[in-house]
Design a binder for this molecule. Structure first.
Ligand SMILES: Nc1ncnc2c1ncn2[C@@H]1O[C@H](COP(=O)(O)OP(=O)(O)O)[C@@H](O)[C@H]1O
Ligand SMILES: [Mg+2]
Length: 266
């Protein structure tokens, strides 16, 4: 093997070791994002992260709406929790937070990643809309295609074109937060959007997983259409199913959080 020092001498390069040189290795947003999309979430574990945020925000009711409409299918999680101001929403959409910041003991979240990573693992565009009881409203969207095109961590303040009506239809509560997942490319690639019955089977897996994870009352309803049916569409296109979670006021609603290495942080 050629000694490293010989290599540096022969190429005339200066060894970085021991010198004061620094190198800016800021990750490329595009490359980073595509890696982050593949961190091993399933549909049910991803939705559990979104639901966990709703519970942490003191929601007593959480509706998970599944709307199957082939490649245009979408999923929304609507809660009646505390909601977020515009400033808080901006922080919520940022990747990462200081794990030493105060949090509720039972809060599964900690690193400021769940909302973004869970959503990116399933869809190309996700919008968060939050309403406070003073009537204010904030909206922010991460769009993978926009990020790839700009190579910037740049969120958008508008819903996807044409999706405002979905947000309105899915905002079931006067205060709280809606997370809307659109362009469900991962489900599409895995065949889950191929037929409505396959999609409904996936929603049943979600319901079972959430029931097991959070151990709270839940119900499953096949509901009415959210979008108007276009002419000639098969009868079961654009059908909606809703998993409704009712969170009891007591804090022990959830299983204990996984055992974090507390000593590392405290
Ligand atoms: N449904 C929600 N209602 C109110 N605030 C929320 C909701 N979802 C997310 N947030 C805010 O966004 C922040 C970031 O969420 P997330 O990315 O899941 O990271 P973490 O849960 O680790 O903080 C949360 O700490 C919370 O302040
Ligand atoms: Mg979280």
């Amino acid at each position: 093997m050629i000694p490293v020092s010989t290599v540096f001498k022969s190429t005339g390069r200066k060894s970085v070791l021991g010198s004061n040189e620094t190198h800016d290795l800021t990750p490329s947003p595009s490359a980073m994002l595509l890696s982050l999309r593949n961190v091993g979430y399933t549909l049910q574990t991803a939705l559990a992260d979104i639901v966990d945020n709703s519970i942490s925000a003191n929601a007593s009711r959480i509706d998970i709406g599944f709307n199957w409409s082939g490649k245009q299918s979408f999923i929304s999680v609507s809660d009646n929790g505390d909601g977020m101001s515009e400033d808080r929403l901006l922080e919520a959409m940022r990747l990462g937070r200081n794990p030493q910041d105060p949090r509720q003991l039972s809060d599964l979240g900690r690193f400021g990643l769940g909302l973004k990573m869970a959503s990116w693992s399933q869809c190309r565009s996700f919008t968060v809309r939050s309403r406070l009881d003073d009537g204010s409203r904030a909206t922010l969207r991460w769009d993978i295609d926009h990020m790839l095109a700009t190579d910037r961590w740049e969120a958008l303040s508008d819903p996807r074109p044409g999706s405002e009506q979905l947000l309105l239809a899915d905002s079931h509560y006067s205060t709280g937060t809606v997370v809307l997942w659109e362009a469900l490319d991962v489900l599409d690639q895995s065949g889950i959007l191929s037929a409505s019955h396959v999609f409904w089977e996936a929603t049943e897996r979600v319901e079972k997983h959430l029931a097991m994870t959070f151990q709270i009352a839940h119900s499953f309803q096949m509901g009415d259409r959210v979008q108007p049916m276009t002419e000639g569409m098969a009868a079961d296109l654009n059908r909606t199913a809703v998993v409704l979670l009712e969170v009891p006021a007591v804090e022990h609603a959830r299983l204990p959080p996984p055992s974090w290495p507390e000593s590392q942080w405290s």
